[in-house]
Design a protein around this ligand. Structure first.
Ligand code: 2P0
Length: 320
């Protein structure tokens, strides 16, 4: 075993993952597609702790609570099973993104941890197997293993992984409306959606349909169609989530105002499309040459950051 450090970036889905076919294996009910960012990274070091009785997690310099540590430890059990070892480890993780605020921190977190832990335990995994491993930590984390635009296949344990697909160059403008930790976790909200929304079966079948259309649009380099599907699918997801019992609403009035501002920008010739995850922050896709101008128009709503397609999860040298 050895000490290793890995870095991974969050991803924002253009076709969303919302609902599981298998809770234990974290298999999605439908496939999804995302853009991995080049900002808001997580950097994670795994230090072997031979003889220690338990894993220890340090998050942003502070000892993590029991719930967070247990989730990491359960994930590390998968790594230990693959390696045929029992060693406990110290995990030191730093996020440059607010944890749990709907900016996909579990994706960068588990992608970085999977990459660092696999190397710490001397596992030499193919990219698809590393993606499958990251999936066991958090579903969306499997999409932060490959670079850029990635499709996550629905399927069984062997076939459900993410891989890069070609897509036209684009930028994403992240408008941070609220940095607070969200009240309901995605995992809980997904469960409630599947068990209480009458629309859930339609959501699953229409997501598969949109994913096929999205893959065709990416292959054709059709930014307009990519954007139309992105915005429509995001609003469908939020409509679905609001249909749970009791209802959950992640978008707030500022989020809606940003969707409106982006629609107005489209009318005035800047082609851009909005999406939002399990929180009020909004991500807007735009062609590279329009990014600066649109970002300027969105500063009224919150902190604005232009991000581009980013690298997949990777190991860092000891010196970095
Ligand atoms: C996505 N989200 O596709 C969707 C859209 C949030 C909204 O994947 O239970 O943290 O760990 O598999 O990956 C967030 O869910 O959930 C998510 P688990 P995860 O990005």
């Amino acid at each position: 075993m050895r000490t290793t450090t890995a870095r991974a970036y969050p991803n924002i889905a253009l076709v969303k993952y919302w609902g599981k076919a298998d809770e234990e294996l974290i298999l999605p009910a439908a496939g999804s597609l995302s853009l991995t960012l080049d900002h808001f990274e997580t950097t994670t070091t795994v230090v072997p702790a031979p003889g220690a009785g338990a894993d220890v997690l340090e998050l942003d310099g502070a000892l993590a609570d029991a719930g967070q540590t247990e989730r990491i430890s359960t994930f590390l059990d998968h790594v230990r099973a693959l390696a045929g070892r029992e060693d406990r480890v110290l995990v030191r993780s730093r996020n440059s993104v607010p944890t749990g605020a709907g900016l996909a921190s579990s994706a960068s977190g588990f992608a970085a941890l999977a990459t660092a832990a696999a190397a710490a335990f001397d596992l030499d995994l193919e990219p698809r197997d590393l993606s499958r491993l990251a999936r066991r930590g958090s579903g969306s984390a499997c999409r932060s293993i490959p670079d850029g635009v990635a499709v996550w296949h629905a399927g069984d344990d062997a076939s459900s992984f993410a891989e890069s697909v070609d897509a036209p160059d684009m930028r994403m403008i992240i408008v941070t409306v609220n940095r607070a930790r969200k009240a309901v976790s995605s995992r809980e909200a997904m469960r409630l959606t599947a068990s209480t929304s009458p629309f859930y079966p339609g959501w699953v079948s229409s997501t598969e349909d949109y994913l096929q259309q999205m893959l065709a649009a990416c292959a054709a380099g059709d930014f307009t169609r990519i954007g139309e599907i992105t915005e429509s699918h995001a609003l469908r997801m939020h409509g679905l989530i609001q249909s749970t019992v009791p209802p959950i609403r992640f978008l707030n009035p500022t989020s809606h105002a940003i969707f409106d501002a982006v629609a107005e920008a489209r009318e005035s010739g800047i082609e851009a499309y909005s999406t939002a995850d399990a929180g009020p922050n909004v991500a807007v896709i735009v062609r590279p040459h329009d990014a600066e101008a649109l970002a300027g128009q969105l500063t009224a709503f919150g902190d604005v950051r232009i991000v581009g397609p980013g690298p997949g999860a990777h190991l860092l040298d000891a010196a970095e």
